[in-house]
Write a protein that binds this ligand. Structure first.
Ligand SMILES: *Cc1c(COP(=O)(O)O)cnc(C)c1O
Length: 405
């Protein structure tokens, strides 16, 4: 493979940090995880962070903490990775899919139309790392007519008195919205540190807690940690203290804590993230744009506006005026040049688990149009100028051959 799609950024600092942790005698959740949580909260400017083994686990724990269950509805975009909707089904609730906009993110007008007395949560997704319109979303759920539709079914819901905003920020670590970082923009935001994401711990995720001051962030942290460890009142480190063996199980919880090996990877990368990682990703975006803007068929993704700056996670190029079959053929030509490209995402109604639940692609025309013309170009730290050139040559050859230009 001349150009892979997104190999992880693993340098000697990361390798040494992992080895040091392995030699330290403590490999599961412990001091490194606590340190990583503290540094993440400082980085994002949010009240508190809990690290877990995945973003998926984080999204589900928040839904369960909020008390989402049968007959409840959670509004989310049709255009996302399946994790966003799967966790709603795990809770026995109903994912209400809405269409997206031209920038790939959730359409707030469509959200508004979907709200009813069953709505408990809105889950916007920062597709490709570009933040959603958080002020508009928060304004919407705080409107009197929308608040009067909200039917609280437990004490937490009564205290907040409105629909919860839970951001799937899996892509947007380091992104900005009106001068604030992703992680501090919604009531809860969940990052992914999966191997293909901008900052990786192999597998991993983090829940950023930014609930209003009427909630105690430490209490939410504690409650989510207990859920992440079998409902156990003490974690492994606390139980290690001599004589401190007895614990209680207060609920049948999950098992999705982060290990110190993972946290060590994150801690080694975090200080370099703004200095090296984001600037390099931005550089790649600009290189792609610089050449592609000369082609009338290229629809350049939006990644920077007055209010927003992407985390430069994905470069979701669209080709103007093509259909899904033509897109696939262009990709085949690109693959034949040994260059890996991808599609983000197949909208949920195209996938068997969702199709069979009655979701129909024709109900989400913008999501389908975005998908059918989309090709994600490789973006990763070690991508060289020469490789950027190969990607573009392969793409241009593909478009020329398929569109006969
Ligand atoms: C990667 C991803 C997730 C899931 O992250 P995990 O850490 O693998 O659970 C969720 N949502 C979106 C949009 C993603 O791309």
């Amino acid at each position: 493979m001349k150009v892979p799609f997104s190999p992880p950024k693993i340098n000697d600092d990361v390798i040494n940090a992992v080895v040091e942790t392995l030699r330290s005698g403590w490999i599961t959740t412990g001091p490194k995880t606590k340190q990583f949580e503290k540094e993440l909260a400082e980085y994002c400017g949010c009240r508190k962070v809990l690290c877990l083994n995945s973003a998926t686990a984080g999204l589900e724990l928040v839904l369960r903490w909020w008390g989402v269950g049968p007959e409840d509805e959670v509004i989310l975009p049709a255009y996302t990775y399946s994790a966003t909707a799967n966790v709603v089904l795990h809770c026995g609730a109903i994912p209400v899919l809405v269409d997206t906009k031209d920038d790939f993110n959730i359409d707030i007008e469509a959200v508004k139309k979907a709200i009813n007395p069953h709505t408990k949560v809105i889950m916007p997704v920062d597709i490709a790392g570009f933040p959603c319109d958080y002020d508009e979303l928060l304004d919407l759920v705080n409107q009197q007519e929308i608040k009067s539709l909200f039917k609280p079914s437990n004490e937490r819901q009564e205290i907040l008195g409105r629909i919860l905003i839970l951001s799937d920020s899996a892509h947007s670590f380091g992104a900005y919205y009106k001068g604030k970082r992703s992680g501090s923009l919604a009531d809860f935001s969940v990052f992914s540190f999966h191997a293909v994401k901008n900052l990786t711990t192999a597998e991993g995720g983090a829940v950023c807690i930014q609930m209003p001051q009427s909630f105690d962030a430490d209490e939410i942290y504690k409650s989510l940690s207990i859920k992440s460890l079998h409902g156990q009142t003490k974690d492994a480190l606390a139980k290690m203290q001599i004589g401190n063996w007895r614990y209680d199980i207060v609920e049948p919880g999950f098992k999705c804590n982060m290990t110190d090996i993972q946290a060590a990877m994150g801690l080694a990368e975090l200080p370099k993230y703004d200095k090296e990682t984001l600037p390099k990703r931005k550089y790649i975006f600009e290189k792609y744009t610089e050449r592609l803007k000369n082609y009338s068929w290229a629809q350049i993704p939006v990644y920077k506006t007055d209010d927003k700056e992407s985390s430069y996670h994905l470069y979701p190029l669209r080709i103007k005026g093509i259909n899904e079959q033509q897109r696939d053929k262009i990709m085949d030509v690109v693959f034949s040049h040994d260059v890996a490209v991808n599609v983000h995402f197949q909208p949920l109604p195209l996938l068997s688990a969702y199709k069979s639940r009655g979701y129909k692609m024709e109900d989400y025309p913008v999501a389908y149009d975005n998908y059918s013309r989309e090709i994600s170009l490789p973006v990763y730290y070690d991508l060289s100028d020469q490789q950027i050139g190969w990607v573009l040559d392969a793409l241009i050859d593909g478009v020329n051959r398929v569109l006969g230009a």
